[in-house]
Ligand binder design. Structure first.
Ligand code: ADP
Length: 394
């Protein structure tokens, strides 16, 4: 048999085998599978095309506008390099001091102007235009308030007095004391009194959350504060940045050290007559690097201790002011019974007492409710019981 005739007989045989369509369901499944594969490949193709488009656009250099002179702008990038660029007609209205712009790497043409509202620093530092905490809401810290009035409020509200007498006002103050004693509160109250913006950040965020960015953030923090002057910079947990380490060998330690050095540079670099003041807080003064406390830096130290009985009384009065309280409740007694409680403990005792009253559907908070709240708050946090919650009092 010739090859041709053999081949044609095979085809004929195949035809015969398909005649009964027995393989049709199998072929149909195969077709569906192939269609699905094709869809996946098409999707991948689209995704890769988009990625490729991204690679074609070169990333821009982000700079901050420093000055605008006759249609030109002086901008600075985050490494501190300054450029003079032309401001294109279409961006003229958007260029303001402090705006961030994106520039092409090869010719510094303006690619984009970021809206000031989108300023990333606003997200990194907490900014309160004027905190709503007043001196009346802080109990038992009258002496501290008087000191802060002289050292912070007066220089911010009446700088001319200091110029007249030829004296420098302090640039920064360190508040130290146990947690929950009102350090943050009092810093906010000072900002409120001085009608200053309150810019806060935490030292531990600076070294843990923004790893590798600490020094740059500190630099930006001071620029941001000047842009928003009069302003109070509040750095909580400053010990995270400024703890003394004699043998900084690890990368993490060096990074913390760089952040701290930048903080010193910024403190040295600004003038005490500028409308920016720094308040820092810690409960570990023993580990603070002494370099930070030298004259011209955080050279005033205020100790905020646990409140004494009369302080606790005032704090109770503040936190029960808006509460319906039973006539049997004596604030004096409450203050006596809570030796060792911080302001934050007292705030949570009052909150908890009100919760007990609400649960019992009482109209007023009773002596019994306070008693229960005190015993709950004053005993150390317990290990959670099985299936239960652990309650902490800060
Ligand atoms: P710190 O910064 O010292 O850790 P905070 O200022 O954050 O403490 O205080 C936490 C909370 O405790 C406050 O929001 C407030 O409710 C309460 N508190 C602390 N100290 C006082 C105080 N002296 N007077 C009134 N409330 C206080």
């Amino acid at each position: 048999m010739s090859f041709d005739s053999e081949n044609s007989s095979n085809v004929a045989q195949e035809r015969i085998s398909y005649k009964d369509f027995s393989e049709l369901p199998f072929l149909r499944t195969q077709l569906i599978n192939m269609q699905l594969q094709l869809q996946t490949i098409q999707r991948d193709n689209e995704r890769m095309k988009k990625e490729l488009e991204g690679y074609n656009v070169a990333p821009g250099i982000v700079c901050v506008v420093q000055e605008i002179i006759d249609g030109k702008a002086i901008v600075r990038n985050y490494n501190g390099i300054v450029f003079a660029i032309n401001v294109p007609e279409q961006y003229k209205d958007k260029f303001e001091i402090g705006t961030r712009v994106s520039l092409a790497q090869h010719n510094l043409a303006v690619l984009d102007v970021f809206s000031k509202d989108m300023d990333y620093r606003v997200n990194m530092f907490e900014l309160e235009d004027k905190p709503n905490i007043t001196y009346e809401s802080v109990g038992g810290l009258e002496k501290i308030i008087t000191e802060l009035e002289e050292m912070i409020t007066l220089p911010l509200t009446k700088p001319e007095l200091f110029t007249k007498f030829g004296i420098d006002s302090p640039k920064g103050i360190l508040l130290y004391g146990p947690p929950g004693t009102g350090k943050t509160m009092i810093a906010k109250a000072v900002a409120n009194q001085a009608k200053a913006k309150f810019i806060s950040l935490s030292g531990s965020d600076l070294v843990q959350k923004y790893i590798g960015e600490g020094a740059r953030l500190v630099r930006d923090l001071f620029v941001f504060a000047r842009d928003n002057a009069p302003a109070i910079i509040f750095i909580d947990e400053i010990d995270a940045v400024a703890s003394y380490r004699s043998d900084s060998t690890t990368g993490g330690d060096r990074e913390v050290y760089r952040t701290m050095m930048q903080l010193l540079v910024e403190l040295d670099g600004f003038n005490s007559n500028e409308q920016v003041k720094v308040l820092a807080a810690t409960n570990r003064i023993d580990i603070i690097d002494k370099a930070l406390l030298r004259p011209g830096r955080l050279d005033r130290i205020l100790h905020i201790d646990m409140p004494n009985e009369s302080g606790r009384r005032k704090i109770f009065e503040i936190h029960t002011k808006k509460m319906p309280i039973d006539s049997g409740v004596s604030i004096k007694e409450l203050a006596k019974e809570t030796e060792g409680a911080s302001g934050a403990d007292i705030a949570s005792i009052c909150r908890e007492a009100a919760m007990f009253a609400m649960r019992e559907k009482n109209k007023k908070v009773s002596k019994e409710n306070f008693k229960d709240a005190i015993s709950k708050a004053m005993k150390p946090a317990k290990e959670p019981e099985e299936g239960g919650l652990k309650t902490h009092y800060m």
